[in-house]
Design a protein around this ligand. Structure first.
Ligand SMILES: Nc1nc2c(ncn2[C@@H]2O[C@H](COP(=O)(O)OP(=O)(O)OP(=O)(O)O)[C@@H](O)[C@H]2O)c(=O)[nH]1
Length: 213
């Protein structure tokens, strides 16, 4: 499942090493860059406009494995949407971010999910639905229950966060990593004919459409 698996490369340990590509998807200004920045730099900036795509890496030394996350932060602006499929090609995981104080961004997240569903089989990608900006509780337009229910029906991980007040940001990234590692173990003990190594995304006609906004 992981892009590269190099068991036992670390001299001081026999832990496997995995590299995963994570893409951040969602409407403009929902806080994708802020979540990545908070997670990687533990900081928050009021202005972090994304031009095209930016890129972060984070290495996690966990008990069971060393995990390198490549975090691809995509711009939510419509003018960049025509190239977005290049960003999420070969992704192992996606954070589908919306703003809890903006209902329209929740609707857009559902459309992004339809796009991912066309391009990936369910066991090929770990998707987390993330309701960001919980510090704006007074302006909330999407209830926690709505987010939870949608995630439950679609089999997604779900968490609400605030990049600004550092609420559950680390938790959402860790939840995704643990799910990736859980699937890794499951695949090792029960190899699936639908695993990434046997699926060529480039030849699947049903999965070649570009994303919509
Ligand atoms: N109150 C609040 N504001 C936030 C939070 N996260 C991000 N913001 C603000 O929301 C605005 C947009 O944040 P970005 O991180 O640039 O959002 P984005 O989704 O990366 O936006 P694009 O790059 O344009 O797609 C900025 O003014 C941030 O300061 C949050 O958790 N709470």
């Amino acid at each position: 499942m992981a892009q590269t698996v190099t068991p036992g490369t670390s001299p001081e340990s026999s832990r496997p090493s995995y590299m995963y590509k994570m893409v951040l998807l969602g409407s403009m200004s929902v806080g994708k860059s802020s979540l990545a920045y908070r997670y990687v730099k533990n900081d928050f900036r009021e202005l972090l406009p994304t031009v095209g795509c930016s890129f972060f890496t984070q290495t996690l030394n966990l008990d069971e494995a060393t995990v390198k996350l490549e975090i691809w932060d995509t711009a939510g602006q419509e003018k960049y949407q025509s190239v977005c499929h290049l960003y999420y090609r070969d992704a192992h995981t996606a954070l589908l971010v919306y703003d809890i104080a903006n209902k329209q961004t929740f609707s857009r997240a559902k459309i992004w999910l339809e796009e991912l569903e066309k391009r990936f089989l369910p066991d090929e990608i770990v998707i987390a639905l993330v309701g960001n900006k919980t510090d704006l509780g007074a302006e909330r337009e999407v209830t926690t229950e709505e987010g939870e229910e949608f995630a439950r029906t679609k089999g997604l991980l779900f968490m609400e966060t605030s990049a600004k007040s550092n609420y559950q940001v680390n938790d959402v990234f860790m939840a995704v990593v643990h799910e990736l590692l859980r699937r890794e173990k499951e695949k090792a003990s029960n190899p699936s004919p639908y695993g990434r190594s046997t699926v060529d995304l480039g030849v699947s006609g049903a999965r070649t459409r570009c994303c919509r906004t």
